[in-house]
Design a protein around this ligand. Sequence first.
Ligand SMILES: [Mg+2]
Ligand SMILES: [Zn+2]
Length: 178
Amino acid sequence: MRPAVFLDRDGVINRAFVRNGTPYPPDSLAALEILPGVPEALNVLRSRGYLLVVVTNQPDVARGTLSRGVVDGIHARLQGEFHFDAILTCFHDDTDDCDCRKPQPGLLLRAAHDFGIDLGSSFMVGDRWRDVEAGRRAGCRTFFIDCSYDERLPSSFDFRAGSLMEASEIILAQLDLR
Ligand SMILES: [Mg+2]
Ligand SMILES: [Zn+2]
């Protein structure tokens, strides 16, 4: 069993585009912008033995406002650059009633099953309540990156961080305490 860091995508790995207080994914490959410190944070977490699994809701595909091809292209680019252990995507919307759209923990549980992940020693890093709640339901410790979106806050989380880099520093500090 190995620990993992589960990573939300938009607002954690790449820049989210905020309109009227709500974050949106890049609408093209050209709009993909990796956030500062992300490559370094991923490298250090990997070097300390964490699997790196992206878990992302992309409901705009079901809503018809974003093409599946754009999402696939972005994931191919991210995979080429960062070699994640997996990028798992929910393409559904709330009305589909799936088990993978965060706050449901389906994507995390599937990864845990497929990769032999110890959820209790794993972390979820996200910028929205749905990410934090999915991590909590899966039994992970959770990070909330607060980007001040105009939406509800997570009801609870274990750590607050300003960026993935800061979250990785906190994770490593926890390791050093043991
Ligand atoms: Mg996000
Ligand atoms: Zn789904």
